[in-house]
Design a protein around this ligand. Structure first.
Ligand code: SF4
Ligand code: SF4
Length: 391
């Protein structure tokens, strides 16, 4: 291929093949360093904003050529996903918790990677000597910035990539290549004066500069291992895993159809599991039930810890025996600490007795703190359970 028309023709062929294999949007951009994003990444560090688990070195994230030295262009793709968003089971009982749309169904990393692998093979069939690296949401490169530059969508105030057609309900991926594919036009910012996501966020995690404070974001806190800070536990509401609030409120998502369409065979029970089942779930049951989802690699503990918090928030008194069992005998301190908090929220005599029994035998400092706080908060109620923080 020697002239620009050949590359333009190849772009059209890539787009057509991508559509055939279920890639919803494809854009092209150069592989030059995204140096304009470095100050933002560094300012996040300086502001104390923690990076997400899978984010790498800022210099490498802005520089595709540090991953493929001969890189000349990037093919950026978006695959729309959907699931149960907002609709709840008809009955209030048994009490259930909500799983975010991206965490329902088959792991989107696998879906997008499979499509990118096919696209790579298609290009190699045309140009066998091409060098092509696949990236799918691994945090190694700035994929949202690349998608904006490639014209797929814009960087919303909720920090997500928003497409005109599918809103933010898209998974991204990239092929970084040494082929000199001509770049598309970037997509202009289209949020306008809207600020709905900022005001809807229950923990006020989003700021005006398009940063999300991951120490306050439920999408992060409900997936990681530590106990969420006390001040955000009530704000979790019925959040069992992940958070869609700043997406569900976005007018672009509401006007497009993708968010309401339910693809595949995602059962409502998979999106809104019964909390008691989650509390009592063994490792083997977790793998059977959630092993195919994007969060599976994190194991069952974060989901069970969240379930404990949510039964406290939703005042699910049927869960008290399960909470007592966790506080008394679960080997995981984070589960026992969450159970102490939830029993304190439920606040019955039974709960208080369980907390006092645990106070006498518990050895872990974080759990002891939660037990004492639960008892201290109750002390402000009708019964006095003694001096706080004594053991
Ligand atoms: Fe806030 Fe939830 Fe959006 Fe995080 S995912 S910024 S907690 S609304
Ligand atoms: Fe932009 Fe409004 Fe959507 Fe937030 S809710 S991302 S401000 S359009």
């Amino acid at each position: 291929m020697n002239n620009i028309m050949d590359w333009i023709k190849l772009k059209a062929e890539i787009r057509a093949f991508g559509a055939e294999i279920g890639i919803d949007k494809i854009g092209f951009t150069d592989a030059l360093p995204l140096t304009e994003h470095l100050p933002l990444l560094l300012s996040r560090q300086n502001a104390g904003y923690r990076f997400a688990i899978n984010e790498g070195d800022p210099q490498k994230r802005i520089s595709p050529m540090l991953h493929l030295p001969q890189a000349k262009s990037i093919i950026s793709v978006a695959v729309a996903y959907s699931g149960h968003n907002g609709e709840k089971p008809e009955t209030a009982e048994p009490v259930r918790g909500r799983i975010s749309v991206i965490s329902q169904g088959t792991d989107y990393h696998k879906v997008v990677r499979a499509k990118l692998t096919k696209l790579r093979e298609f290009i190699l069939a045309n140009i066998p000597e091409a060098q092509i690296e696949i990236f799918v949401d691994t945090g190694e490169i700035l994929e949202k910035a690349i998608a904006v530059k490639a014209g797929l969508g814009w960087f919303g105030r909720n920090t997500l990539l928003i497409t005109h057609e599918f809103g933010s309900w898209v998974s991204l991926g990239e092929l970084v290549t040494d082929l000199p594919l001509p770049a598309d036009e970037p997509c202009p910012d289209s949020c306008g004066p809207c600020r709905r996501c900022l005001t809807a966020c229950p923990t006020r995690a989003i700021d005006e500069e398009k940063n999300i404070n991951l120490d306050r974001c439920l999408a992060c806190l409900t997936l990681t291992k530590a106990l969420p800070p006390a001040e955000v536990r009530e704000q979790m509401g019925d959040t069992l895993y992940g958070c869609d609030i700043c997406q569900a409120i976005c007018p672009i998502n509401q006007k497009n159809g993708a968010a309401k369409e339910i693809q595949g065979s995602i059962a409502l029970d998979e999106a809104y599991p019964i909390l008691l089942d989650i509390l009592q779930m063994s490792n083997a049951e977790y793998k059977k039930r959630f092993g195919h989802t994007s969060g599976a690699w994190r194991g069952r503990t974060p989901m069970q810890r969240n379930a404990v918090i949510v039964v406290g928030n939703l005042q699910d008194f049927s869960a008290i025996p399960a909470l007592k069992a966790i506080l008394a005998a679960d080997s995981r301190p984070v589960l026992r600490a969450a159970a102490a908090w939830a029993l304190g929220k439920l606040g019955t005599e039974q709960c208080q007795d369980a907390l006092l029994k645990a106070l006498a035998v518990e050895q872990d400092n974080e759990v002891l703190t939660e037990i004492n706080l639960a008892l201290y908060n109750k002390k402000k109620g009708p019964q006095d359970y003694g001096t706080p923080f004594s053991s």
